[in-house]
Every structure is written in C-alpha cells, then in structure tokens.
Design a binder for this molecule. Sequence first.
Ligand code: GDP
Ligand code: IMO
Ligand code: MG
Length: 454
Amino acid sequence: MTVTIVGSQLGDEGKGGVVDVYGDAADVVARYQGGDNAGHTVVHDGEKYKLSLVPSGAVRDKVGVLGNGCVVNPETLFEEIDALRERGLEPDVRVAERAHVILPYHRALDGIEEEEKADLAAGTTKRGIGPTYEDKAGRRGVRIGDLLEPEVLRERLEYVVPQKKALAEEVFGKETGEAFDIDHLYETYREYGERLAEEGMTVDCGTFLQERIDAGDDVMLEGAQGTSIDIDHGIYPYVTSSNPTAGGAAVGTGLGPTVVGRGDVIGIVKAYLSRVGTGPLPTELGGVEGQTPGYDADEGADPEEEDLATYIRDEGGEYGTVTGRPRRVGWLDVPMLRHAARANGFTGLAINHVDVLAGLDEVKVGHSYEFDGEEIFTMPPTTEQWGRCEATLKTFDGWPAVDWAEVAEEGYDAIPENARTYLEYVSEELDAPIYAIGVGPGREETVVLENPYE
Ligand code: GDP
Ligand code: IMO
Ligand code: MG
C-alpha cells in the first residue's frame, strides 16, 4: 500500500521528518514532483541530513525513487549520493526514465527571468525548476532516458539549445557560456547517462512501484513544497512549477489514482506559517524586506508583531539554510488549510513545531477572512483576491515550554492542555484526525497517535 505525504502550506512544514517517522515501516520512498528546490531535513542518531533531491528514506536504507513527475539535476543527484556515501550510508536511488533533466541553461534562465520579473518574481530557488517544467510542457525537454541514448540526446540538444541561447542573448541581452554550448552539454550529460546506466539507476517508475506493491511492499510517496505553492492550487504566480498536491502523486509516479487513494494521504501542517518568497500572506507577523510586499525594514511593522515574529523565527530556526536569510512568519492560516484539506483529501494530519509556539501568552490563528465585506472560510481563487483578504483572528491561551522529549515518550495526554485544545481545533476544522504531532526536530520528538502502515 501507499502513504502519501503532502505539505499543506507553503513548504518546509517538516515533511522530511514525518517521512522519517513513518518511512521506517516502508520499503520504498518515492518523490513525485519538484527537484533540488526542496530541502528536507532528517535527524537520524543525532546526525542532521539535509536532502534536496534524494528521497528522505535513503538515509534509512530504503529504496529511494525519483518519479517521472520530478525534474532531476544529475549534478546535484550525484553530489548528494556521494556526500551520503562519505557519511557511511549506501543510498539506493532509482530515477524514472520519464523524468525531465535540469540542464545548466535552465538554471541560468531561472536567474535571468527572476531578475526581469521584478514584482512578479516568486523568489525562486534558482535551480532551474520553472524553465525545465516549461520545456517539458513545450515538448522540447530532455528526459533521463535520453541521457542513455547519445544520438537522441544530441538531437534534442541541437534542437533546443540554439533557442535557449537566442532567448538569453537576444531577448534578455545576456552573455552565454558553456551552459549554452551543445558540445559541452552533450559530453557532460552523456557521461551522466553512463553513470546512471553503470549503477543500474534508471527505472520505468510506475511499473517498478506497482510491482513492488504487488509483491507486498509498502511505498511512501514523499511530496515536496506545499499546497499553496502548487502551480494549480497555489498562489499563482508566486508558486513552484509542479503539483505537490496529492493528485500529483499519481501523475508523478505512474501509479493509478485509485492505488494512491486506497492509502492514506497525510497533510503536514506547521503549527504556524513560514514562507520563503514573495506574494501576499494575510496572517504574516512583521515582515522581511525583499519578500514581504511593500515592507520597509527601517519603518518596520507594529513593534509587538515584530517581536513576536522574531521570537517565532528564532525558536523555529526560520532562517534559510543556505543564505541565512530570515523567513517570513505568521499565524496559522486556517482558510489555507481548509483549501489544502479539500484539494488533497487528507485522511490524517501531522502537526509539527508545536514546541516552537510554547512560551507565548497567546497563540492566534487566522480563522476566516474578511473579503470585500464578507466572511469567507477558504482561499479565494486568485492571488489578488487573496491579497485583499484580512484574517479574522481567533485567540488561544498559550502553553508552557516543557520537556518535549519526555512528552513524546509519555504520549498525547502529556501534551499541555492548551496545546491539545489548539490541535483539536485544527483537526476539527479540517475534519481529519491527527496522526502525529511534532514537538522537536528529532524523530523521538514526535507523538505518534496513528501509524498508517499498521
Ligand atoms: P520540509 O521541507 O517540509 O521537509 O521541512 P524542512 O526540513 O525544510 O524544515 C523543517 C525544519 O524544522 C527542519 O529543520 C526540521 O528539523 C525542523 N522540524 C521538523 N519538525 C519539527 C518540530 O516538530 N519542532 C521543531 N522545533 N522543529 C522541527
Ligand atoms: P520543501 O520541499 C519552501 C518556493 C520558492 C519560491 C517558489 C518557486 O523544502 O518544502 P522554485 O525554485 O520552485 O521555482 O521556486 O517556491 N519554494 C519553496 N519554499 N519549501 C520548498 O521546498 C520550496 N521549493 C520552492 O521560495 O517562492
Ligand atoms: Mg524544506
């Protein structure tokens, strides 16, 4: 059977940690969308692993699969595998032959377009994700299977590279180098193809997974990003270019929707909001220059709000792992979660970072929005409409900081009562039971109420 893990907000909800908790019972962990724009953290025996492409299960000897819905940068893939090997692990990673390849010109164009877009820029990770999915939809992409067939690779590159070069040079007026050089790309990517073939890494993803399921194996489908940055269901255009929502798990692996639907779909919820990138955020506290629209750090926002934002940011370690830039933070946005619960059909929830809010006198949530004089309970369809929404807050009494490791050991009833009230409110609003509660970054710091594989 399958268990699907989906981010219910804006990414970084702690999906890697939940995959680790539940994935232990699984045999195969497959990603179904996105690429090395993800950053999934697994804390294993006190060791921290940050994975951007390799499925989180790889740190626990599971077979990791990158599904056909993923976009794969072979350079990152091999770097990550080699780094894990250096740390004494033996990751077994398979890659769908149907997955698309991120080429150096995709990365270059991602950077160029972000600069050009100004206010419309999503603040991408500049990993070439959007340009690669564009080429996939434009039927001019290079797929993993093509890397193993040099003539096909050459033919594809000869068609597409001159277009990309012209785009960079003539439309955007940029100089181009080897990232746009057919011979260089051909040699480099043919070699990646050779390594993929030598290590027996490529698979027909849907067939591979279905055969494992038929043989009785348990499969975990690991979503990256989150529902509100889904290209169809998110805050377009401040989104990623794939479908993190549960439907993507079928399309992006080749398993049927009925197969995915027979298993659990677990929504991962951060107990507050964090956001890397631009666009509106109705429950935002304070702001971050360069990301919060119209925010000026010298003027700041309401000082009390700024203090709260700083508190949550520091307690939750909400700083970019690479750049150290502060992330935007806010109260839990319940209309956003209702939207996610519907779009994904959550059968269960994992609510993380409950420890981060400990110590506050009051914890608030955006319960509904006031939108053009009306009260609404879910996200409106356009981002401009969402930007006009004002969150109507609901206040909960805060809970104290306690020994969370001990709480995790003792179980649900050991969680401070006010925190339980908060959790039960979320579960009721989303009409989905709580499967797990994260009270710290480590696997032991999880209160597990339900194991989907049992
Ligand atoms: P992902 O992208 O959804 O996998 O999440 P990230 O790994 O990018 O970000 C989550 C961060 O929060 C990581 O540093 C985790 O180790 C940490 N984390 C996960 N769950 C919890 C939790 O319940 N409490 C705390 N304090 N940290 C957590
Ligand atoms: P995980 O899997 C948080 C955001 C970027 C940007 C937008 C588009 O760790 O939760 P992209 O590079 O994908 O074209 O950027 O999406 N973004 C994420 N935010 N967590 C992620 O992944 C993200 N992946 C992309 O900040 O706003
Ligand atoms: Mg992340």
